[in-house]
Design a protein around this ligand. Sequence first.
Ligand SMILES: [Zn+2]
Length: 61
Amino acid sequence: MVGPEGPGRAGRVGAGCERCVELREEERRAEGRGDPSGATDCRVLLRRHAGECRAAGEGAL
Ligand SMILES: [Zn+2]
């Protein structure tokens, strides 16, 4: 879903993890410059990173 991102999404995955924040910002930047494949790359990286991300692993936060 593309649209304004509320705080709910920011708090869902890896809040407090720099790498997560970085990847989400990069994804948004790619969408902003009309680069859907770049945004997809970021989502893939983010998902892969989630496997090793403690913050995301705690999910229920
Ligand atoms: Zn992370």
